[in-house]
Design a protein around this ligand. Structure first.
Ligand code: HEM
Length: 202
């Protein structure tokens, strides 16, 4: 039986909202441990990076299984990654720094992991703003594609942000880094293969 794409789309949307629902539930029932501010901030950061990597995995999945439908989830998953990254940034500004803009600015220029996190958020913001079809049309397909290639940089900076943040146990950020690298390698191999095929055809 073939499941209609609309059902898959809604099921994935519910799945990406579940972590937020879980966080709200635990925040309301006191289930966030001894340091709830840190727990909220880190949890949202984790999900921002996971969803970004899942969005970046859709093209490699298409390359490997030759099915086109996962690509149709890309916009929703990319926007979900931005949603969690924005919530992560908001938790830092509101409940961690209490809108202390001077301290936030000092963090941005002095702590390298915050600097790269900021750049990643700005990239995701630009991609979210330009994601509606009407804006993509106004930008032109070529410019839109060029701009949206920055998502790879956002992925790399997200991994680097995590890597530079941890002080001792680097296992988790290294795993994210390896996953990101594998996704990039699959894309590179495919684009080389395409170039070769096109070259042969000339
Ligand atoms: C202006 C932008 C950002 C700021 C200010 C920021 C800030 C922070 C802070 C303060 C922490 C926790 C540090 C600690 O507890 O010692 C953190 C952790 C983290 N952030 Fe960000 N971040 C930003 C952007 C991002 C982005 C764009 C991503 C992912 C795409 C991300 C993913 C993470 C992850 C995965 C962690 C580690 C969570 C863990 O320990 O499990 N952050 N960030």
């Amino acid at each position: 039986m073939k499941v209609p794409f609309r059902i898959i789309w809604w099921a994935v949307l519910v799945l990406v909202l579940l972590p937020m629902a879980w966080l709200i539930y635990n925040a309301l029932t006191g289930g966030l441990g001894a340091n709830p501010i840190e727990a909220i901030n880190r949890y949202l950061g984790d999900w921002a990076l996971r969803l970004l990597l899942i969005a970046l995995a859709l093209t490699p999945i298409r390359i490997l299984n030759k099915k086109a439908w996962p690509i149709r989830l890309r916009r929703m998953l990319g926007l979900s990654a931005f949603f969690y990254a924005f919530a992560h940034l908001s938790s830092y500004v509101v409940i961690d720094q209490f809108f202390d803009w001077a301290a936030i600015w000092q963090d941005i220029i002095k702590r390298r992991f915050i600097t790269v996190g900021m750049v990643a958020v700005l990239i995701l913001l630009a991609l979210a703003i330009t994601s509606p079809a009407s804006i993509a049309k106004r930008l032109g397909a070529r410019n839109w594609k060029r701009l949206h290639k920055l998502v790879y940089l956002a992925g790399a900076l997200g991994c680097l942000h995590f890597f530079w943040m941890v002080k001792a146990d680097i296992r988790e950020p290294v795993i994210y880094g390896i996953i990101f690298s594998i996704l990039m390698i699959i894309r590179l191999i495919e684009s080389r293969r395409k170039k070769l095929v096109l070259g042969d055809g000339q």
